[in-house]
Ligand binder design. Structure first.
Ligand SMILES: NC(=O)c1ccc[n+]([C@@H]2O[C@H](COP(=O)([O-])OP(=O)(O)OC[C@H]3O[C@@H](n4cnc5c(N)ncnc54)[C@H](O)[C@@H]3O)[C@@H](O)[C@H]2O)c1
Length: 311
């Protein structure tokens, strides 16, 4: 099993760290356009191998895609992150060209790779990678909902004073401050509705905090977060390489599911060795379905911006 992580920045390096610790592959390549950074991070990570006890071989590459040949799963984190006060959507002008080129380069050397898109605005970057590559839809997966769901569970557990691991909670829709939809009605605490434990106002605040969870961290850190994003990507890679068939909310192309088509947006999917294998129908109520339609409209208008860019 070979995994490539493009972008040796905060998210890419953290994701590589998690992948190595979990020994998800034999070979892990980190690639970056900045001279030496990928080689340096790969060497630094390799020097943790005896301390952490993993035997994944990690190598770095400065923009040499020949080194990524034979990749089974490629993670694209290359591009700029947001600064405080910015939305993810404002990154489109720079990141679109990067994501399109990187996707092409990866597929040139690894035509069978499954591609995970992390760069923002993630839903539109996933759509771009899919439409520009012509890959079967199950092999392009955008990661955003896994992270947002983890943040949702964090805020719920803080409000409830319980273990976050005892909670189930899913965020679907676009991966944006105003487009994501934390499904509060369906959130459970060991199988019982979270609404049994939190009053409506508290639950509303949990949802609001979740939606701006990334922006809150950007305000504190001065750039976007990396620990939870890196761990979220690794969980997705794990379900693919170990064929776990876990259900994760991921950004995938819809063909009528959830009332939408010709769009990539977050919905629950089963993830296994073929990429995303099946969309799960959560039977949204009318209000949730309306929120999803609104989110899709916003994502679609961001996709339209692609037509105005020279990518
Ligand atoms: N989907 C999510 O949930 C999620 C979460 C966090 C961050 N992000 C996004 O991930 C991206 C990376 O964030 P970060 O914090 O790691 O940024 P970063 O600046 O730390 O790292 C980005 C890296 O990409 C590299 N890069 C730029 N152009 C490249 C190219 N053409 N080829 C190869 N490498 C290239 C840069 O040299 C840099 O090392 C951003 O777009 C950010 O918004 C997404």
């Amino acid at each position: 099993m070979k995994v490539t992580v493009v972008g040796a920045g905060a998210v890419g390096a953290t994701c590589a760290d998690n992948i190595a610790r979990k020994e998800l592959c034999d070979e892990l390549v980190i690639l970056d356009i900045k001279e030496g950074i990928a080689e340096g991070k790969a060497m630094d990570l390799m020097q943790t191998a005896t301390l952490l006890g993993f035997d994944t071989k990690i190598t770095g590459s400065t923009n040499d895609y020949a080194k990524t040949a034979g990749t089974d799963v490629a993670v694209i984190t290359s591009g700029i992150p947001r600064k405080p006060g910015m939305t993810r959507e404002e990154l489109i002008g720079i990141n679109a060209g990067i994501v399109k080129t990187v996707t092409k380069n990866i597929l040139q050397h690894s035509p069978n790779a499954i591609i995970i898109i992390v760069s923002n605005p993630m839903d539109t970057m996933t759509y771009l990678a899919l439409t520009s590559s012509g890959l079967p839809k199950n092999r392009i997966i955008g990661m955003g909902g896994i992270l947002d769901s983890s943040r949702f569970k964090f805020y719920m557990s803080t409000a409830m004073g319980c273990a976050a691991t005892d909670l189930q909670g899913v965020v679907i829709g676009g991966h944006g401050d105003t487009t994501m939809i934390p499904l509060a009605r369906l959130a459970t605490y060991q199988g019982t509705p979270v609404a049994n434990y939190l009053d409506a106002e508290t639950l509303k605040k949990v949802v609001a905090d979740t939606m701006v969870g990334g922006a809150t961290l950007t305000g504190l850190l001065g750039t976007s977060a990396w620990y939870a994003p890196g761990a979220a990507v690794a969980a997705l890679v794990e379900s693919i390489v170990r064929n776990e068939k876990k259900i994760f909310p991921c950004c995938v192309q819809l063909d009528g599911e959830y009332g939408q088509k010709d769009i990539c947006i977050g919905v629950p999917v089963v993830v296994g060795k073929n990429g995303w294998e099946k969309i799960v129908d959560y039977k949204l109520n009318e209000e949730e379905q309306a929120a999803f339609a609104k989110s899709a409209t916003a994502v679609r208008s961001m996709n339209d911006v692609l037509k105005t860019l020279e990518v």
